[in-house]
Design a protein around this ligand. Structure first.
Ligand code: SAH
Length: 345
């Protein structure tokens, strides 16, 4: 495991095994996770000999910025980073009144196959290390000079398909010796891997779980999300109920509205019945069209009618504001256009 993915305790041991005093681990941890150093040479209070040894034996995990696009519409920023093995990933910075929120990728590519999503078209390349998830936040905070206060794991990849690394990442991100982001400001979005939702619930973290629902019946969900062949809608919702029981955190349901596919009032009614007993919130997202599929977003009137129906049934609901439309803000589109240019390793 790389040094930047280690807890302070683990790092202390690793540093000791390199023949250094334990307090050096604390200094190193601070350089990596608080001062966001991009190079061992910046770590000026570490002895030169130790820095040289680190450079030789423990290459520091740092992402390389390939592209930064800034939206003229709303200040949203889209980042393309390359990893040390040549894979590329994307991250997004969104500016809200309540603070800056970063959306990170959890895998290079994805193997879940959701029909409307650009991130999964090329399949899964590999899982990201905890350090590679952290680095997306660290580089963005360094580049902008602005504090990141909120984080959503809603970029490329299925976070619960990279479970151990995700947990380690969450621990380091919210560690008081690191960026110390509040767990309550962190959201993890999943397509619904039931066992993993239950494991996450047992961790009793204060993070928000977002479930990508996108349909009000098992049949319709199967059409849009292959993962539904593995898990019945009922058991996915039960896992969400369990998450609330264990953590007391209200679950968010994401529902992408696709024109003529899942956007009727009937479906809004059925959705209401499915979740009416739950402490939850529904986020409606007009689907972002991707070139490879002919899905289009629902018309405004339909979106409003869908929302009204849910509200009448006393379901908490919001329509997600679209951000960064001019910079390929949606799910996996920047990475995809970069890969199709063929200029990656
Ligand atoms: N794999 C996780 C997290 C990444 S996707 C998950 O499935 O939740 C983040 C969210 O964006 C999911 O709700 C996903 O269904 C949604 N999404 C993907 N492609 C989209 C598109 N083209 N338009 C609207 N939402 C999309």
């Amino acid at each position: 495991m790389d040094l930047k993915s280690m807890t302070l305790e683990e790092l202390t041991r690793a540093v000791w095994e390199m023949g250094e005093k334990p307090f050096r681990a604390r200094q190193l941890y601070q350089w990596m996770h608080q001062k966001l150093a991009a190079d061992y040479d910046e770590m000026t209070n570490l002895p030169k000999g130790f820095r040289e040894k680190l450079k030789e034996q423990e290459p520091l995990t740092v992402l390389t910025l390939e592209e930064r696009l800034v939206s003229k519409l709303d200040g949203t920023e889209k980042y393309l980073f390359s990893l040390s093995d040549g894979n590329v990933i994307e991250s997004v910075l969104m500016r809200y009144r309540h603070g800056n929120s970063v959306c990170i990728s959890s895998q290079a590519g994805c193997r879940m196959g959701c029909r409307f999503c650009a991130s999964t078209l090329g399949g899964l390349m590999r899982n990201l290390l905890p350090s590679e998830m952290l680095e997306q936040v660290y580089r963005i905070q360094s580049v902008t000079g602005e504090r990141v206060s909120h984080l959503v794991v809603m970029g490329t990849g299925e976070p619960l398909d990279n479970y151990e690394n995700l947990l380690r990442f969450l621990h380091l991100l919210t560690d008081e010796n690191g960026l110390n982001i509040s767990q309550r400001n962190v959201t993890v979005s999943t397509c619904g891997l039931v066992e993993k939702i239950r494991s996450l619930a047992d961790e009793k973290l204060q993070i928000t779980l977002a479930l990508s629902l996108h349909a009000s019946s098992q049949e319709k969900r199967k059409e849009l999300m292959p993962v539904a062949y593995k898990y019945e809608l009922g058991e996915v919702l039960d896992a969400c109920r369990y998450y609330f029981q264990q953590t007391g955190r209200r679950v968010t349901f994401e529902y992408s509205l696709v024109n003529g596919v899942n956007d009727t009032e009937e479906e809004a009614e059925r959705l209401s019945k499915l979740i009416k007993d739950m402490n939850c919130h529904v986020n409606l997202i007009p689907v972002n069209p991707i070139a490879e599929r002919d899905y289009t977003p629902s018309k405004e009137g339909r979106i409003a009618a869908f929302k009204n129906k849910l509200e009448k049934n006393r379901i908490n609901v919001t329509i997600r504001r679209e951000m960064g439309r001019d910079i390929q803000g949606a799910c996996g589109q920047l990475r995809r256009s970069y890969l199709s240019k063929g200029d990656t390793v």
